[in-house]
Design a protein around this ligand. Structure first.
Ligand SMILES: CC(C)(COP(=O)(O)OP(=O)(O)OC[C@H]1O[C@@H](n2cnc3c(N)ncnc32)[C@H](O)[C@@H]1OP(=O)(O)O)[C@@H](O)C(=O)NCCC(=O)NCCS
Length: 170
């Protein structure tokens, strides 16, 4: 059954396995699809420590919770719920939620389900509406958002690329 979990020490093997798939895809090098929240730290233990630190403080952005989407023991993707958008880059483009599905598990509606589950988590931290941003040519991402009730608000620009901003009422 698909579910979200906060990363813990038992995920080490599954995390490393996912990481190698992402690296092999070449996408790993493209920073906007490999955010530092997921692929950071010298090793898994440091990654865990940083994920825990993000819950209360985040030196670059705002407090945030990272989840893995799990199917039994396999990690299918990740999603980060930021507790606020109290930073200029988040208000303009980044929004409350960022996510990715590992390359070999796409087009199975996992992102759609992962976002649905994350909205439940967002409600738990008292968010009643969330903002999401994506590149205008990322049709897979904006379909994921629209299928979860996303309402288009405006276009913006991020890294010189036309981007979309959506809001979802939870
Ligand atoms: C965006 C992303 C998360 C979508 O994940 P996914 O699990 O493949 O998405 P879903 O299977 O839930 O599909 C969502 C919609 O996109 C469509 N879709 C997904 N992949 C597609 C493809 N390669 N071609 C055409 N449509 C596609 C699905 O059909 C679905 O729409 P539908 O229900 O109307 O058919 C994934 O492509 C990804 O991780 N990309 C890299 C990271 C990224 O871009 N993150 C978002 C940053 S804003």
């Amino acid at each position: 059954m698909l579910h979200l979990v906060f990363p813990n020490i038992t995920h080490k093997f599954a995390y490393l396995e996912m990481l190698s798939e992402w690296k092999a895809s070449g996408e790993f090098e493209t920073w906007h699809v490999s955010p530092w929240a997921l692929f950071r730290g010298e090793d898994f233990e440091e990654f865990l420590m940083l994920a825990h630190n993000d819950l209360t403080q985040n030196h670059r952005w705002v407090p945030a919770t990272l989840f893995f989407l799990m199917d039994w023991e396999k990690i299918l993707g990740w999603i980060q719920v930021r507790h606020s958008i109290d930073a200029p880059n988040l208000r303009e483009y980044g929004g409350h939620i960022g996510y990715g599905i590992r390359p070999n598990e796409r087009q199975k509606w996992y992102a759609t389900e992962m976002l649905r589950l994350a909205l439940v988590e967002a409600r738990e931290i008292w968010l009643d509406r969330v903002m999401l941003g994506c590149f205008d040519d990322n049709i897979w991402s904006y379909k994921t958002i629209e299928k979860n009730g996303g309402i288009f608000e405006r276009y913006t620009e991020y890294e010189w690329k036309k981007s979309r901003v959506y809001w979802i009422n939870i």
